[in-house]
Design a protein around this ligand. Structure first.
Ligand SMILES: Nc1ncnc2c1ncn2[C@@H]1O[C@H](COP(=O)(O)OP(=O)(O)OP(=O)(O)O)[C@@H](O)[C@H]1O
Ligand SMILES: [Mg+2]
Length: 412
């Protein structure tokens, strides 16, 4: 957006005129005109030069003002466009619905609602895959900062030597061949910065992050200029930060800064009632994604899912359901035979802790069903072979299969 400057002077014995027209974006934005009828002493060459310089300087000032106001308009237009795009993206984003109505999850929902109203830092604690990032996004998108950026970073993914430039940015030329880069704090200006696995942040960087949280300014690497940033911090960790403080790995002052509000998401094994709801939710999500229609879960399969320990928490459950939907045939109902072997194994080889007291007949049925399904898979459906392996007559096997409602398809 460069203006074209037109300068013209007209000088003769009796009149003297000078003008300068300023155009911005091909439109006349203003100008200066000076005209005088000369009576008596004519203007000297010096007078003319002085006027030329004065008008030219004033014209530059006016031009800059015009450019500035054009830029302001452009900035406002971009900001409005940005907001519309952000709202559109949010509408089109996969839903960030947090599933679970166990007492523990009711508490999490309540915390999210209350913490979204505040602007204080939040620390989310929980094992891997419990939904820490999901909760962080929910807080942001329910907060007044929702239309500003949500920037998520994982400290474990950043090499120690890059932490500073990634968080605070870097000026071009700060090191050979380095181009200017804006850091996470500046990117999240006006919004929320989600710092995942904050317990893994190197001690040297912790001091600098603390300084930014206290002073609300950042200094890019290679610069002395302080840049104001308005960012809400939501951090997450699977570690016990108090232990890390004792071990000298985490700064206590930073802990108190980031942990003003705290949310603990319990592991899935401590909220069994959420498993069936989550499994059903993921089933319909994955059916849509993969383009398959199944008949839902057989109650025995759901029972097994509920008894498994889920060390990888909700993420592991989601992956298990995706695997099942990928491998199952259209129209099938999901039974024990569809589950991953380790989910079945845990139950059969389970310690007394995982042993579930129930009707022995049901437990024996379940075991028989699993053994038959496994043998059928290994023998590619050949029932005579299956009967031999399991020590049954072919007729005995058929009767059992009928009683256990085992499908006949694909068997010989
Ligand atoms: N309550 C829930 N309802 C629906 N989906 C969930 C829930 N909890 C977790 N998920 C899903 O499980 C997956 C893992 O969640 P997320 O990434 O938030 O976990 P995390 O605690 O941040 O894990 P990590 O510690 O490994 O970073 C995501 O796909 C998320 O959508
Ligand atoms: Mg995470």
């Amino acid at each position: 957006m460069l203006s074209e400057l037109v300068t013209s002077a007209n000088f003769n014995d009796s009149t003297f005129t000078l003008w300068q027209v300023i155009t911005v974006c091909d439109q006349v934005a203003g100008g200066f005109y000076f005209g005088k009828k000369i009576i008596g002493e004519p203007y000297s060459r010096e007078d003319e030069d002085l006027l030329r310089t004065t008008i030219s300087s004033a014209a530059h000032v006016l031009e800059n003002l015009q450019l500035y106001s054009e830029l302001e308009h452009a900035r406002e237009r971009l900001a409005a466009e940005n907001l519309t795009l952000r709202q559109q993206v949010r509408k089109e984003m996969p839903s960030y619905e947090i599933i679970g109505a166990s007492i523990a999850m009711q508490k999490v929902h309540e915390n999210i609602e209350n913490f979204a109203k505040s602007d204080a830092a939040v620390l989310i604690r929980g094992e891997t895959g419990t939904g820490k990032e999901l909760v962080a996004r929910a807080i942001h998108y329910q907060s007044p900062r929702a239309d500003s950026p949500f920037v998520a970073i994982n400290c474990t993914a950043i090499p120690e030597s890059l932490v500073e430039s990634e968080f605070f940015g870097i000026e071009s030329g700060a090191a050979t061949g380095v181009k200017q880069r804006i850091g996470y704090f500046e990117q999240a200006h006006g919004g929320t910065l989600f710092i995942d696995e904050i317990g893994d942040m190197p001690l040297s960087s912790q001091a600098k992050v603390l300084r930014t949280l206290q002073e609300h300014t950042v200094r890019r690497v290679g610069s002395l200029k302080e840049i104001h940033v308005d960012v809400r911090i939501v951090a997450a960790t699977h570690q016990d930060l108090k232990n890390e403080i004792k071990a000298g790995n985490f700064r206590e002052d930073l802990y108190y800064r980031i942990g003003v509000l705290e949310i603990h998401i319990p592991p899935l094994r401590q909220r069994h009632s959420d498993i069936a709801v989550l499994a059903t939710h993921f089933l319909s999500e994955k059916e849509k994604k993969i383009g398959r229609v199944l008949q839902g879960f057989h109650p025995d399969a759901l029972k097994l899912l509920q008894r498994y320990d889920w060390p990888g928490n909700v993420r592991e459950l989601e992956n298990e359901i995706e695997r099942i939907v990928t491998l199952a045939d259209d129209g099938e109902s999901i039974d024990e035979g569809h589950l991953s072997p380790h989910i079945m194994d845990e139950y059969s080889s389970g310690s007394d802790e995982t042993l579930f007291l129930e009707n022995i007949r049901d437990a024996v049925d379940r075991l028989e069903k699993r053994m038959i399904l496994k043998a059928l898979a290994e023998c590619k459906g050949n029932k005579s072979q299956v009967a031999r392996i399991l020590g049954l007559s072919r007729l005995g096997l058929q009767k059992k299969m009928k009683r256990l409602n085992l499908a006949e398809k694909g068997m010989q």
